[in-house]
Every structure is written in structure tokens, then in C-alpha cells.
Design a protein around this ligand. Sequence first.
Ligand code: UN1
Length: 493
Amino acid sequence: MKKVLNYINGKWTESATGKFLPVLNPATGETLAEVTQSAAEEVDLAVQAAVAAQKSWRLVPAPERAEVLYKVAHLLKARKEELAQILTSEMGKVIDEGRGEVQEAIDMAYYMAGEGRRLFGDTVPSELRNKFAMSVRVPIGVAGLITPWNFPIAIASWKSLPALVAGNAVVWKPASETPMIAAEFVKVYEEAGLPAGLVNLVNGSGSVVGHAMALHPGIDLISFTGSNEVGKRINAQAGALLKRTSLEMGGKNAVIVMDDADLDLAVDGILWSAFGTSGQRCTACSRVIAHESVKAELEGKLLSRMGQLKLGNGLDDAVQVGPVINRASLDRIDSYVRIGKEEGARLLGGGKPATEGGLADGSFYEPTLFTDVRLDMRIAMEEIFGPVVSIIPVGSLEEAIEVNNRVEFGLSSSIFTRDINRAYQAMRDLDTGIVYVNAGTSGAEIHLPFGGTKGTGNGHRDSGVASLDVYTEWKSIYVDYSGKLQRAQIDNY
Ligand code: UN1
């Protein structure tokens, strides 16, 4: 059986615990590999290696650091198909999306490599004569990265690449479900010539490895993507030690369909956002806020297109919807559907695990559509993280925006309308970190900030130039070349 190991200080090693967990293919139930399960001691070893390596890495000029990132980009590009296959077999998303996700990491690598020649600070005039003032970005030290299984390489790229180009070292705990693609990403760093100790991979559970990372004094910041429950816990633990935390958590994203929308386009957008990655994106559409005058037509169009979606193993190019991550997730999704029915929502389609046609060995759920959903229902408010979408009828744009904003999360939102005034009003008033006009809720590009408002995060952003704010401190520098003591705010007034 293939073994997935840790990578600490440039060496692939098995945890001293001797424990392994199986890595399952969610489409078939087969065991693909087994992954080493680390203890807090391995986190400590990884941190020691990272601290030591970062001491010289911070002194490497950023454009030279970036050369490694360019190599990472080239290697990811050369291995795109192979990586996509591994990702799909381990995580389930259909192969086209697997390729798209690897592309997202390639894009991020080129983009952050470019930052090696920017990492802009400011030069500003001093208020005093013969004095120079500037601000520069400096690395923080060791970045602890905790990443999810739903975008196992893209999200890891959003975090590790800016951390490294800015001069930090990384200790990375990938999700237990997706250690294979994580190991491949680390191999790419290794092959690109990243010095030992700068990226350390520690596999294991959140309760052991994640916990140890949050509390380790040698880790200066934690960047986490995952559930609200875990994010809040990390924030409390790491925050108590004054570590910076960058948290990317839940979503309850909505597509608004106005009465003047291109309905066929809206249906395309909804299907892609609601059932792509089997609804397991942070950006997934799980609510459709539909103007009552188009609701019936929209329901009909959605239902007929949902009926044509082909479920199956994502490695098959013809499949459009893959499995969900595991049985526990399947059960959770099913329990939400039960709750929806009990609360009085009208189930229009789907609503049960898909087991026919050889799907019983995997974890498949039928694309599911509820309508006449009210805001007092749990399915309207809570993140389901599966292929379940709820239509909520409204009578106006103002009501639609109000419904969109009523949830505790604020990641992504979308509006379909042909009215420019409504589009701009929505762009202004939708309380989410990402807003789409005439597109679904998914489709974030790496050179823009990714993140959300309210319960989705804590004000930081992944990807884009904004991500550098997570991995750097500002240093303000004053150089006085007057040859005398000049007191700011005093000698000049
Ligand atoms: C996530 O779901 O956590 O916009 C990331 C998108 C992708 C990234 C999603 N580019 O859906």
C-alpha cells in the first residue's frame, strides 16, 4: 500500500506514532493509500526546521526567492494532468474541475513569483527637512497553514506562495482526506529547489496537529480555511498567544434572479455554482433568491436541467457531478434534507443519496432543489456543504438584498439582471466579500482578494495582493540626513 509521509526539514519521514489512516476514493470507496498520523512532537520538529530555515531565507532577495516560485509554476504546469487525476481520485471533484483547480495553483505561482519584484511599500515625504521616510514589508517568521479538502491544492497555493515569496517559512497541515495531492505539491517545491525547512508537511488530525500548531510559540501566524467551529477555536487559542490568524470559514451564498434576468443564463449560473464540486465549495450557491414573477419558470428550467446531470466517478470525462467527500458528509446532507422537509419546504427534486448505476460504493447525493423556503428554516440559514439548493421567493430588489444579507456568513453573492441600476445597487449593498453580476457565485480568480464578511472570516483575505498582508508586517523606516536631532511634530511647528 502506498504510504503518504511527512516532509520535515527536507526529509520524507513517517511519524513516530507508527499510526496510519486510510485515504479513500469517495467515488468508489477504495483505499488509495495510507497517511501517517503525527503527534505534537512532529509539529515541534517542523517548527524548529522552519525557524532555522527562515533565518537565511528572509535575507535572500525577494526576486531570487521568486525564481523558485517560477519553477514551481513551470512544474505544476508540466504536471497539470497528473495532479488533476490525483486530486480527483482522492477528493472526488470532476476531472475538469480538478484541472481547473491545478490551474488555479499555477496561476497563483506565476502571480506570486511576480510579487518577488514588487512587494511594494511606500516612500513618502517626511514632514522634516533632510529626512527620508518609507515603509517596507517584512516577513513575520513561520506561517502555520491549515487547509481543507475541497480545494486541496488551490487553497494551499493561496497561502504557501505569498508566505514564501515574502520570506516566511511554512508548516502545513493538509486535510486528512487529501494528503496525496498535498505531498505532490510539496514534491514540486522540493524539485523547484526550495531549501530544506522552508515548507514542512505534517499530516494528522486537527485535534492533535492543528491544535499543536495553534499553541506552538514558534508559529507566528495561522492561516486557516475550514469550518466556523474549528476556526473560532483556533482563533481563541492562537489569539491568546497574540498570533495573527487569517480565517476563511463558512458561506451561505445566494444567487438573486430578478424579473428582468436572462433566465437561461441564470440557470447555467445556478447549476454550476450549486452542483459544481457537488456543492462543496465555500462559494457554492445554496440559496436562489428568485423574484416571484419568474420563480415558477425558473423552477421548471432548473428541474429539467438537473435531471440531465450525470453523476459518477469524476475521472470519467462525461460525468458532471462527482461524489461528496465521505459517508459522514452524505449523512449530514441527508439530515439537512430531512430537516427541510419537516420545516415545510417543498422538495422539487433529488433529496436522497444516489445509489443506482454502480454508485452505491461511493458517497453520492442527488442534486436537490427545495422551493418556497422561508428565512425561519434552517436550510435557509445554515451551510449544508452539499448539492442542495433552496429557492426563496421575494417581491423586489430591496427584499432580495435583505434576504441575501440576513445570514451570518458573507462570502459570495450574485445577481442576474439586465438593469444596470439594479446591478450597481446590488454591488453596493450585497454584504459579501465577493459579488458577481450575471454569473454564479463561484469563479474567483487568484489576482483578486478572496474572503468574506461577518462569520465567513476575520477580515483577512487569501490570494491577490491582499494576501501579502497576512504574511508580512509593515516596517516604517526614517532616515535623517540632516546631521542634527529633528523632533517630529515639535521642531517643525
Ligand atoms: C473554496 O470554495 O474554498 O471561486 C475556494 C471558486 C474557486 C475557489 C473556491 N475559484 O469557487
